[in-house]
Design a protein around this ligand. Sequence first.
Ligand SMILES: Cc1ncc(COP(=O)(O)O)c(C=O)c1O
Length: 390
Amino acid sequence: MKETQFNTRAVNLEVPGTRKFSNQVKEYEDGVDLTLGQSGFATPDYIREAMIEAINQNKLRYTHNRGLIELREAISDYTKRRFNVYYDAETEIIVTNGGSEAIDSVLRTILEEGDEVIIPCPSYLAYDPITKLQGAIPVLIDTTKTNFVLTKDALVNAITPKTKAIIFNYPTNPTGMIPSMEEMNELVDVLKDTDIFILTDEIYSDNVYDGEFHSFMEFPEVRDQLFVINGLSKSHAITGGRIGYILAPPLATEHVTKVHLYNSVCVATPSQYAAIAAFTDESGPGILAKMNVAYKERRDFVYKRLKEMGLPVELPKGAFYIFPTIFEYNKDSFAFASELLETEHLAVVPGRTFSIYGEGHIRISFACSMEELEEGCKRLERFLLAYKND
Ligand SMILES: Cc1ncc(COP(=O)(O)O)c(C=O)c1O
């Protein structure tokens, strides 16, 4: 077997920094892992019970490619309740294998070789490689000087005749930022009446700690360009369930369904039953709210500790991450994270993982337990002091 036998674009893909460091930290018995974006809480009982019941009732056959209609109806109802926007269960919703497959299936449906995709950065690590796999060109926009939110001017400057799509992700992984309604309005004003597709990855929309989250769904003037990506992985502490979904107009849904059915057929049937419970069980909202109270407490704790350590940092409004600057210690975030791992057995994600505009930062996940966070902060502080004294 030779390297040249493989698809060059696949060969050129890199393993993301999140995985590299979380794999390596497992080698240390006393390792602390603050890398991964998944809840430290167990998946709520009522969701697990629904999945077990589905298995016991032998609900293990293929479903409709777009997912069980009861699940699509539950997603439609949730969307109406949460955002006061209606998406039709029959024609505008696809249940996918997590948010990841949703992103991949949408990008594969819309992109042609040479198309440009605008990605505000630092950004979630999957957008750039999936775009490149299609032979399309990621156009990375630096948002570090504008509080990690894309501005109207930066957007206008990035648009060319080749722009096919833009990918928004609020609350943002890795910064936790959310734009104001006014800022969203300005972006919508630029994008409406263009043929640019808008992907809005709202996987953290139910993990918001300050202020209100507004969706691009709330702007009817862009509905015909919009692909909403969401899922239960983060909000319901069920990353392994692989439950995501896409909301999009009927024509878009028709085409994405074809890509989705060839790569997935459908989502695992017990996971779909678990998802119905997640959307419909009455105990759900209370449990989610409780988890969010705990995440907020953890966010506040780690923010305070980072400030005490003298690291410049913005307070994230949502998601599971905080993104301090380590520029004055080491401009190379990979070198910084590697040394931290070797000396303190503490794993964080180098900012460079989230594009070149993430360089000079590290990402710390606060979705883990309070004990892990306390220990992690202690080790980071010790590491910084040793660095200064070097
Ligand atoms: C912004 C963003 N989108 C999508 C995903 C993927 O989610 P899933 O586990 O549902 O595939 C993640 C996971 O970290 C994420 O941070």
